[in-house]
Design a protein around this ligand. Structure first.
Ligand code: HEM
Length: 403
């Protein structure tokens, strides 16, 4: 078995992995990489739709506890198994349920309109910073009770949280000085906010649910605070890739934009197809709980599994013409961009709302924006996260045609 097929650290694997995914699915459905992980552990790669679904859904055979003894092993949902995961997930499910999220639509539209008005004040603007990062940060920050005048702090804190994940994945902490102090500051601030809420009626937002669970003894102080800031990290990095990438595609493909403008009932399918083709989270990690044999390969218990959502989402065994964006695809919702099983993304309804509101607001005024040909959009270099790091956009006066 070749070990040179994929190099997880290569920029090709991060920026244009589609051909590698095809070879993995067709030639190596279980791809063994001795010492393939960043810290030299053996790695097994799963890429077919059916196998990815198996790894995500079968919790008797696959665990989410990746790092048992790491100092960054924080009490977060994503790296826990039942029964701890079930307990931690309870308040999250209440705060993010689809009915409550729908009630936020008016507020989200106001935030979108405010950001759009800010864009109009420029001739040229870096969209990822000015819009696709700003919207999810303001929305999730607002749901956590962080006032808008702390938005600069929120950005710094959320960057610190992302840096902490990078450090736990092997980045030298000296390259991100101050991240730990920022996290402590963020944690203290969240604790202050939670303290102010105690004894007051639950507003039904994320902070309210967390405080209620803490007061009932279901969550410790550390769990409450860590959960709060993990929402900021999990929510903004992924959603910004959907918002920025979606707008970039519409600016490049004006026919697609015209089709969506003419028929808003197609917006939901566009969001799902965008997520399927450009999954913001390209892969996840799991550990085998037991020894198992898959496609004639025996994987030992405790092995690290690289579960490639992005490859499963383009598997022709599941999706016809998988590399094409098809708004009438019958199984348009069957992708794994939000994961599957008990860890299925609790923020899915919220990020769909942010995307729907964004596209509904931008499509009618899209001709006021165009991509800056001199400063082409750039993809992020970060492992496992697929999306734009930078997209310069020209903003045109109302009367002028940008096309
Ligand atoms: C386009 C946007 C998003 C994408 C593609 C996405 C993707 C994912 C994926 C793939 C998982 C599964 C992780 C696993 O199984 O190990 C997940 C879990 C999670 N997501 Fe999202 N997410 C998005 C938006 C959000 C938002 C807006 C929030 C919150 C504000 C959020 C919070 C979480 C949390 C807390 C988990 C852990 C759930 C658990 O382990 O039980 N996500 N997300």
């Amino acid at each position: 078995m070749s070990t040179a097929l994929i190099d997880l650290a290569s920029s090709e694997y991060r920026l244009s992995p589609w051909d590698i995914y095809r070879r993995l699915r067709d030639e190596h459905p279980v791809y063994y990489m001795p010492e393939g992980s960043w810290d030299g552990e053996d790695l097994y790669v799963l890429s077919r739709y059916e196998d990815v679904g198996f790894a995500l859904k079968d919790k008797t055979q696959f665990s989410s506890k990746i790092q048992q003894d790491n100092y960054m092993n924080l009490p977060m949902l994503v790296n826990r198994d039942a029964p701890e995961h079930t307990r931690l997930r309870h308040s999250t499910n209440r705060a993010f349920n689809a009915r409550l999220v729908r009630q936020l639509s008016g507020w989200v539209r106001t935030l979108v309109d405010e950001l759009l008005a800010e864009l109009y004040r420029h001739d040229s603007v870096e969209f990822v910073d000015a819009y696709s990062t700003a919207l999810p940060l303001r929305v999730v920050g607002g749901m956590l009770g962080v006032p808008l005048d702390r938005k600069a702090d929120l950005r710094r804190w959320s960057q610190a949280v992302m840096n902490s994940f990078a450090v736990s994945a092997g980045l030298d902490p000296d390259r991100v000085p101050g991240f730990f102090e920022d996290i402590v500051e963020f944690s203290n601030y969240m604790e202050e906010l939670a303290h102010e809420r105690r004894g007051k009626p639950n507003r039904g937002d994320i902070l309210g649910e967390l405080v209620e669970e803490h007061e009932s003894g279901a969550l410790t102080r550390d769990e409450m605070v860590t959960m709060a800031w993990s929402f900021i990290a999990a929510g903004h990095e992924t959603t910004m890739n959907l918002l920025g990438g979606g707008i970039e595609l519409l600016l490049r493909d004006r026919d697609l934009a015209a089709e969506l403008r003419a028929d808003p009932s197609k917006h939901a399918a566009f969001i799902e197809e965008y997520l399927r083709l450009n999954s913001p989270t390209q892969w996840l990690l799991r550990r085998t709980a037991t020894e198992l044999t898959l496609h004639d390969t025996t994987i030992p218990a405790g092995a690290l599994i690289h579960v490639v959502l992005g490859a499963a989402n383009r598997d022709p065994r599941q999706f016809d013409n998988p590399d094409e964006l098809d708004l009438s695809r019958p199984n348009v919702n069957r992708h794994f961009a939000f994961g599957a099983g008990v860890h299925f993304c609790p923020g899915a309804a919220l990020s769909r709302l942010l995307a729907e509101t964004t596209f509904a607001a931008f499509l009618p005024v899209l001709d006021r924006f165009s991509l800056d040909a001199e400063r082409p959009a750039r993809l992020r270099e970060q492992q496992g996260s697929y999306g734009l790091s930078q997209m310069w956009v020209k903003v045109h006066p109302r009367a002028e045609q940008a096309l």
